[in-house]
Design a protein around this ligand. Structure first.
Ligand SMILES: [Fe+2]
Length: 324
């Protein structure tokens, strides 16, 4: 009799615990389905209230777009590839010449200790005007690809020159698998200022359809679901996510990882929400220099005059208002 009481309490607690587990798992399954249908529709892992204004705005930009674009088999194929996989790679002689001009300037600045802060130069008006090749890239080299991909005019939210060096402590931050989590209407683009190979820290990308499958596995994890509910566990959530991405990608998706390499001037546009990692050079004598852009659809022509006066508008990780 004396021992029966603790045993029955233990059984009761176990039953209760199992029921909570079952309930949690059921709720998470429902949430996963909702999040997956949202991710497919809006091409982002953002919540609906954040994703929808960008989605609607992109449609509005397309209806306002009256320009007739000529057929161009080279670019048209790239646009198709981009839409299909969530990324593509574009290289031309012209882009390479522009990259070489930009990199010679940037390497001088780096030697002189000018402009770079923690390996980054934000493109404010001074930098924009000091490197006129940036405007040539946006205005001429990338315009057809951007207009055809957005099916609208385009604008820049954010651009940076990034220098990444070998680091003894191993990859960190965006050098680990992640999704940017910005609006699905955004196009991220990396423009390599120097030749890039696998050891030089070339970006690695997972096709959109596989990114979705991996994302589903990651958000189905019950301990991640519990961490996501705790607002105070941001760092823990982030490292749990990285752990889950790796657990999924290393054994099952390695063969689908794409790593574009090539000569200076290589442009790699990719969906903001494909799973990717990049920028970890494996050799100390080979830092990586890239120009990073976040492009967005627009219902007006690209405001180059404004860029000359103010640089690019970024004030947060993505624009809250698609009309920025
Ligand atoms: Fe990223």
């Amino acid at each position: 009799m004396l021992n029966a009481e603790p045993i029955s309490i233990a059984i009761l607690l176990t039953t209760l615990y199992n029921q909570v587990e079952m309930f949690d798992s059921l709720i998470n399954k429902l949430k996963v389905e909702i999040r997956m249908s949202r991710a497919k529709k809006y091409k982002t892992i953002m919540s609906k209230d954040l994703a929808l204004p960008h989605f609607e705005h992109a449609k509005k930009c397309t209806s306002a777009f009256s320009r007739k674009l000529e057929e161009n088999s080279f670019i048209d194929k790239k646009v198709e590839e981009y839409k299909q996989n969530g990324f593509c790679e574009i290289w031309t002689e012209e882009q390479s010449k522009l990259a070489d001009k930009i990199s010679s300037k940037v390497l001088d600045w780096d030697k002189e200790g000018k402009y770079f802060k923690d390996g980054i130069i934000n493109i404010d008006s001074e930098i924009y005007n000091s490197i006129p090749e940036i405007e040539v890239l946006i205005k001429d080299s990338f315009s057809e690809f951007l207009q055809k991909s957005f099916n609208s005019e385009y604008k820049v939210f954010f651009s940076q020159i990034i220098k990444t060096e070998f680091n003894n402590s191993g990859p960190r931050g965006s050098q680990l698998w992640h999704q940017d989590g910005g609006p699905g209407s955004a196009i991220n683009a990396l423009f390599y200022l120097r030749d890039i190979d696998k050891d030089g820290g070339a970006i690695e990308l997972i096709p959109w359809k596989d990114s979705l499958k991996i994302y589903k596995k990651v958000i189905s994890n019950l301990s991640l679901y519990r961490l996501l509910r705790k607002r105070s566990a941001k760092e823990q959530t982030r490292s749990k996510k990285v752990e889950l991405y790796e657990k999924e990608i290393n054994p099952f998706y390695s063969q689908y990882v794409h790593q574009p390499t090539g000569k200076s001037g290589l442009l790699v546009p990719f969906f903001n929400n494909v799973i990717h990692r990049g920028g970890f050079p494996k050799s100390p004598d080979k830092p990586r220099f890239v120009l990073l852009f976040y492009f967005y659809p627009s219902d007006k022509k690209t405001p180059f005059e404004k860029y000359r006066k103010e640089g690019f508008p970024k004030k947060s990780s993505y624009p809250k208002d698609p009309n920025f």
